[in-house]
Write a protein that binds this ligand. Structure first.
Ligand SMILES: [Zn+2]
Ligand SMILES: [Zn+2]
Length: 140
């Protein structure tokens, strides 16, 4: 499946060829912090089918194992875009939030469940509104 995406300000955009059955949610604490969200949804793409336009910036995350991952983001608006190996990358792991087709790309698997936020299963019963409610602060 061909997908495309862009950061919030539009400076960086990309296209990729993905397998829609490989969408994944990660509940690890690094993903919570780096995404600014309760969890991160991603989809992997081989580097051969991936093209990026613009000049994104990368933050190199070093894992306890010593493994280094480039966390690629827009230098202007800060949107997280994808992660990849800092050298000789064979694939990219695209952040689903900046993918145009994200509504069609439900996850097939969740990982790092032991650090998943405990209130996630209760989301269905949280009162909800189709748009912003007057009593809530403006949405970021
Ligand atoms: Zn941007
Ligand atoms: Zn993670």
């Amino acid at each position: 499946m061909h997908i495309d995406g862009a950061c919030h300000c539009g400076l960086i955009s990309f296209t990729a060829l993905i397998d829609p059955s490989r969408v994944m949610v990660c509940h690890c604490t690094d993903c919570q912090v780096l995404s600014g969200s309760p969890f991160r949804a991603v989809v992997a793409a081989p580097i051969g089918g991936f093209a990026v336009r613009g000049a994104p910036k990368a933050y190199i995350k070093v894992a306890q194992s010593g493994n280094r991952r480039a966390q690629v983001f827009c230098p202007e608006c800060g949107t997280p875009l994808y992660a990849t190996a800092p050298e000789n990358a064979t694939s990219v792991v695209i952040r689903l939030g900046c993918v145009a087709q994200r509504a069609q790309l439900g996850p097939a698997v969740q990982i790092w469940q032991h650090s998943a936020l405990p209130w996630l299963p209760e989301m269905q019963s949280v009162p909800s509104s189709p748009e912003q409610q007057k009593f809530l602060p403006p949405q970021g």
